[in-house]
Design a protein around this ligand. Structure first.
Ligand code: MG
Length: 256
């Protein structure tokens, strides 16, 4: 299919590049075609638990060579957001490896109490104490940020509670709504634009989920491409009031 040529291809991961532990077959070839043209794609994921290196290794397992600095998770974007708007503030974090590493990379300081920022990401060892500490600091005036609002995420056992569910608990208890960093918000795309200096007309967001990927692109004001390999079905996406610019069965149909 003839789709416009862009400079920044922002590719969602789960449902677009892989599905859980399995590759989306056509994705590796698409990335390779871009790289043959000298274009390194960006990878944009709400997953805040894995580090850039872990995500890079996972993709390598599917035969995809990703550039580590071009893997933008909601954890990476959250750390960059704090660095940009709240440089010098300390951070109370609920989260795992990916978020901790992202904060370190931006040189931000984690504290156990009296933080300027409370930042929540998925934490499989979350406790009442951690939630209570977050609530107390938000009531004391800390800025409230959260990596993403995903209420549930898939596992072999079924859908498990996501970071959005725990964030909602803290928001309900404190009466304070957080700033969410991940899709459908546009902060990850903005991080790419600001750091690499693209014009919006040269950027495209590609993903399987209308409510997160395509919405993020629409809100940010860039072109969007829907792939029919994950959450949202193509028929329903094309009926939306604001459909994506292009919809394709899978990345194999995208001529570069
Ligand atoms: Mg997806």
């Amino acid at each position: 299919m003839a789709i416009k040529t862009y400079q920044a291809y922002c590719l969602d991961l789960d449902g677009t590049i892989f599905r859980g532990s399995e590759a989306v077959e056509e994705a590796a070839g698409f990335v390779e075609r871009l790289q043959e043209k000298g274009v390194e794609p960006f990878f944009v994921t709400n997953n805040a638990s894995m580090t850039q290196q872990q995500l890079k290794d996972k993709m390598a397992g599917f035969g995809i060579r990703a550039k580590k600095e071009q893997i933008i998770s909601s954890a990476i974007a959250a750390a960059k957001y704090i660095k940009r708007w709240y440089a010098g503030d300390t951070v109370y974090m609920i989260g795992s490896d990916g978020l901790d590493q992202a904060l370190r990379q931006e040189g931000l300081t984690r504290v156990g109490d009296q933080a300027g920022i409370v930042l929540m990401g998925i934490d499989r060892n979350i406790t009442y104490d951690k939630l209570a500490t977050a609530c107390l600091q938000i009531r004391n005036g800390a800025v409230f940020l959260s990596t993403n609002q995903d209420m549930a995420f898939p596992s072999e056992k079924g859908l498990l509670p996501g970071n959005g569910a725990f964030t909602t608990l803290v928001a309900a208890s404190t009466g304070v709504d957080p700033v969410y960093i991940g899709k459908p918000e546009m902060h990850m795309l903005e991080a790419i634009q600001l750091e690499f200096g693209f014009d919006k007309q040269d950027m495209v967001m590609v993903g399987d989920n209308y409510d997160t990927d395509i919405q993020a692109g629409i809100r940010f004001g860039i072109d969007t491409v829907h792939v029919n390999t994950g959450v949202s079905r193509m028929e329903e996406v094309l009926r939306k009031e604001k459909p994506p610019n292009f919809a394709i069965e899978n990345l194999g149909f995208w001529e570069i």
